[in-house]
Design a protein around this ligand. Sequence first.
Ligand SMILES: [Zn+2]
Length: 347
Amino acid sequence: MSARTGKVQTVLGLIDPTELGTTLMHEHIVGDYTPPDRRPEPALPITMEERWQMDYEWVVMPGNVNLLAREVALREMQLLAKEGGRSVVEVTTPGLVLDVEGLKMIAEKTGLHIVCSTGRYTQQFMSLSDYGKTVDELVKKFIREIEVGHRDTGVKAGIIGEIGCSWPWTDAEKRSVQAGVATQKHTGAPLTIHPGRNADAPFDIIKLVKAEGADLTRTIMCHVERRLFSVEECVRLADYGCVLEFDVFGSEQSRHSQNVDAGGVDLIMASDGNRIMAIRGLIDAGHVDRVVISHDIAQRTRQRAGGGHGYGHIYRNILPMMRRHGFTENELDAIMVRNPARLLTFV
Ligand SMILES: [Zn+2]
């Protein structure tokens, strides 16, 4: 039992879980997601004529995944607060560039509760020295970022992950997942994992996590709508006891920029309507306590400032759409309030 037990750890300190309210479980607010071999990269200006294509090819567009501008991030979060947002989880993990002091400033100015993370992103984002780290070294680092804070900022993490995994899954990434589980056991924090881009990836990960003794009810599989393309597959994963995160709401492209621009294949990706249907299927199969949602915004072209849907899309468009499709207030409360609160509360 620690001071964190029964509390949620935000960038401004511990709060009671009842203070969270509606929560977006997977966002990037202020940080840089440009692959290290491209940094620093000057940003192309977003013009009306070019905006759509920049968004369509968002991975290769120079500067599009650099969200380090604090004043833009602040404005985006002010808009979210206006549209009903209360709490946001920033899942940017080291390897990506994370600005925890920017998050703190934004939380202070907006009144939003912001939870930041510890962990490690995919191998592509690891330095050579980072790549070789043992599980024990990683656990030590992750625990420090929860108990002491990031570097010398005093800003402490309230969630482990997104732990990044590629396909094929690399040994360094397996060690990150093992370290994530060990950190969960030691601290009682929730664990969230980004699976590689393959339908087998979530299952391979959940089997390892289970074998390592994770609490699956406190383990989130991210981006499921981009890995699993049928309700049956989603139910099969939920049957393990983990939480499925439909976290790319607002992205309605069938082109998978991360795949195609890396020389991979096109996928027929989920639209918001597909996401809602999959969630309906999970709830009908008895899994209402295993669903959370978000936007996973990591592109300037998805921010309001870049002409995108912004962080308020779920409030503005998706919750009304779910009500029109017959979701009950109790179901929406589970997805937006109760499940996030249960997950984010340290045990
Ligand atoms: Zn991710």
